[in-house]
Ligand binder design. Structure first.
Ligand code: TTP
Length: 394
């Protein structure tokens, strides 16, 4: 099945993590987000994959450079998802084609079912359909129509953002501009539903990675898929429990306890006397030092948490440096889910535990206390002994 992967977007809701990289290249366990999408599609039966790049397109091309099935087209301006598929139109054969977002993870079995079903759309049951594109199906499992974020949803079946369109849909991509000024793929879907050909194919597991806490969830998922492998240097007095991967060129020193799933990437170091637990990614060249606890977090390449610190349910960008004694709060005393500002709006993460988001090159002074849900922008600084309750440097 020829497959179009949309990876031209900017990822503004993921800022500051996308200040210096396009969202498709953010790290998810052992590869970038878009590599997971391409690899799952390939395993599910994609024959050719046309990746649409745009914003910071070279970084996306580099991330996928060694994938043989991949070719690239450029969307000059990010004018919407239908416009993005239109950029790929000339590269498509006269045959059905799949469309996947470059920032949504699916399980392989579900994608295989979608590919095998012929024209169809991936659907999922959710508890809050009013926040999604709600699908109307008939008794034969065909999708009859789609309503975007309706006040009164007709069902709890929603559009999971994976499609196989009939060959004729190449001519349906020229939709009119929507109210929000974009050319939207849901309008192409609506036209395809009218044709009566689109089947509803249930998707077992999917994750739309749009906001920072969803990047954490993506890492929880993909780290959980790793099998134990110890290629790096591990001191005999370290205890590695469960699915832990220590890559070649990484080191784990004496007194360290790592409870998997966890991935310590090449060039990274952990310990002595550190405790790493939950689903944690210690990126290339990152460092977790003496008496540091890291729980359920993503440390991007070169991030350093050197001494006497606690990092929980957090994302630290590239080359972040936490001063000694930096402590992250990840739980509200009122037990409400932690809120994070996304494009200025306080937004519930839906997580009881969430720590902080640090853009690349953030540096904290010693004994900094960071409140749950705080975002530190790229290059932000804190002084010694500061308690940070509000976002900084965004
Ligand atoms: P979105 O999630 O709507 O956009 P985005 O990824 O840029 O993120 P944000 O809203 O935070 O800025 O896009 C869905 C998918 O479609 C995503 O994989 C990016 C892709 N896309 C394009 O390829 N071209 C486009 O013009 C748009 C709007 C999105």
């Amino acid at each position: 099945m020829q497959t179009v992967v949309l990876a031209a977007g900017e990822g503004t809701r993921m800022r500051p993590l996308t200040d210096r990289r396009p969202k498709p290249t953010v790290p998810v366990a052992d590869r970038s987000l878009v590599e997971h999408v391409v690899d799952t599609a390939t395993a599910a039966g994609a024959s050719r994959i046309v990746v649409v790049v745009g914003y910071a397109g070279d970084a996306v091309r580099d991330a996928l450079a060694d994938r043989d099935a991949v070719e690239f087209v450029t969307q000059e301006r990010q004018r919407g998802t239908a416009d993005a598929v239109r950029a790929a139109r000339a590269a498509l054969d006269d045959a059905p084609f799949a469309v996947l977002n470059g920032d949504v993870l699916y399980d392989r079995a579900s994608l295989s079912r979608l590919y095998d079903a012929g024209p169809g759309v991936g659907v999922a049951r959710v508890e809050d359909p009013e926040h999604y594109g709600v699908l109307e199906t008939d008794g034969d499992g065909r999708v009859r129509g789609v309503a975007e974020k309706p006040d009164d949803p007709a069902s709890d079946l929603v559009n999971a953002g994976a499609y196989v369109f009939p060959a004729a849909a190449r001519a349906w991509l020229d939709v009119t501009e929507s109210d929000r000024g974009e050319y939207e793929l849901t309008d192409v879907l609506a036209r395809a539903c009218e044709s009566g050909e689109m089947r509803a194919v249930t998707v077992d597991r999917w994750l739309d990675v749009g906001r920072p806490w969803e990047l954490l969830a993506a890492n929880e998922w993909k780290l959980g898929d790793l099998e134990r492998r110890i290629d790096g240097e591990v001191h005999p007095d370290a205890a590695l429990r469960g699915p832990v991967v220590v890559e070649t060129g990484a080191s784990v020193d004496a007194g360290v306890v790592i409870e998997g799933p966890a991935l310590v990437r090449s060039g990274a170091s952990v310990g002595p006397n550190a405790y790493v637990r939950g689903a944690t990614l210690v990126g290339e060249g990152a460092s977790v030092g003496h008496a540091v606890e890291v729980k359920n977090s993503v440390l991007m390449a070169g991030a350093t948490v050197g001494h006497l610190s606690y990092v929980g349910d957090s994302i630290l960008g590239r080359d972040v440096n936490f001063g000694a004694g930096t402590t992250v709060a990840n739980l509200r005393h009122d037990d409400e889910s932690v809120r994070v500002r996304v494009k200025g709006d306080p937004t519930s993460t839906g997580r009881r535990k969430f720590g902080v988001v640090c853009g690349d090159d953030v540096k904290t002074g010693i004994e900094t206390a960071l409140n749950a849900g705080v975002v530190l922008g790229t290059g932000a600084r804190t002084g010694p002994g500061e308690t940070v309750r509000r976002d900084r440097g965004r």
